[in-house]
Design a protein around this ligand. Structure first.
Ligand code: PTJ
Length: 249
């Protein structure tokens, strides 16, 4: 058991979730390495949500509420770290969850689906080899015709490489959650939330609830989106990283 007084309590609890995910066969072994990389960036950014991440979260909430066919893409890491939040998000914006994994495994896809259903998910779509998105070679190209294939906005929490770019080329808007502001995903996404998924999910849900409660009309949400500049968020997140390096030298 990790004592709550441990200075790295939150980080160690997150590690525990990923390790459990791997033991249950939800998260791939590679997912443990991805988590380690994320932890390093999180450490350098002070393990808290920056004001720039908060801006991205507000813009993401606006975009999800304005979307006609939003879809939440789930991989092995996201399923282990934030199942409750992902399921809740799918309910409040009325969007399906779609399993989409990089390291191919039919068994793992099914396990992720069952895992999300245990957390109350109503619709969990699985990729279908009949439907592919263009400009992508990896296993991530397979989609569901009721999900990512027809989506206008795809929520993509923590993943590798080139799918964000491919989704954009397929005329979709992409919301990424990625602790590495230098990653291809972070740079190519429409909106990049540079934050740990474990912190970003509750904040995103809170923002969506806030917008819904205040009855914000679409024009107000559109203003939020119009004034949002993703390259500025990336720039400031990188500055945060470099200021950490300067502090230590
Ligand atoms: O389940 P699969 O097969 O789809 O595989 C999923 C992983 C994550 C293993 C796969 O997509 C992968 O290899 O990803 P990468 O290339 O390691 O990229 C993951 C990105 O997520 C990196 O930029 C990490 O910094 C970032 N990251 C890791 N943990 C977190 C994170 N971002 C937000 N919150 C985290 N907890």
């Amino acid at each position: 058991m990790i004592p709550k007084t441990h200075p790295r309590y939150a980080s160690l609890k997150t590690r525990e979730l990923i390790a459990k995910g791997a033991t249950k066969g939800i998260t791939s072994m590679h997912g443990l390495i991805a988590q380690g990389r994320g932890e390093a960036f999180d450490y350098m950014m002070g393990e808290k949500t920056s004001e720039f991440a908060e801006k991205s979260i507000a813009a993401a909430a606006a975009l999800l509420l304005l979307a006609k066919n939003p879809v939440i893409s789930v991989n092995g890491n996201a399923a282990a770290l934030a199942p409750k939040g992902l399921v809740f998000l799918s309910k409040i914006i009325n969007a399906p969850l779609e399993v989409n994994i990089f390291h191919p495994s039919k068994k793992r896809e099914l396990r992720i689906k069952v895992h999300l259903e245990k957390f109350g998910a109503k619709t969990v779509l699985l990729p279908d080899k009949k439907y592919k998105i263009k400009y992508l070679q990896s296993n991530r190209k397979y989609t569901n015709s009721k999900g990512i294939l027809k989506a206008d906005v795809v929520f993509v929490p923590l993943e590798d490489g080139d799918r964000a770019e491919a989704l954009i080329k397929n005329k979709k808007k992409v919301i990424a959650v990625d602790l590495n502001p230098m990653s291809r995903t972070a740079r190519k996404a429409t909106i990049t939330i540079v934050d740990n998924i474990t912190r970003a999910m509750p904040l995103l849900i809170k923002k969506i609830k806030e917008f819904k409660k205040s009855g914000d009309d679409t024009s107000k949400l559109k203003v939020i989106l119009k004034s949002y500049d993703n390259s500025d968020v990336i720039k400031h997140s990188e500055s945060l990283l470099s200021s950490f390096c300067h502090k230590k030298s």
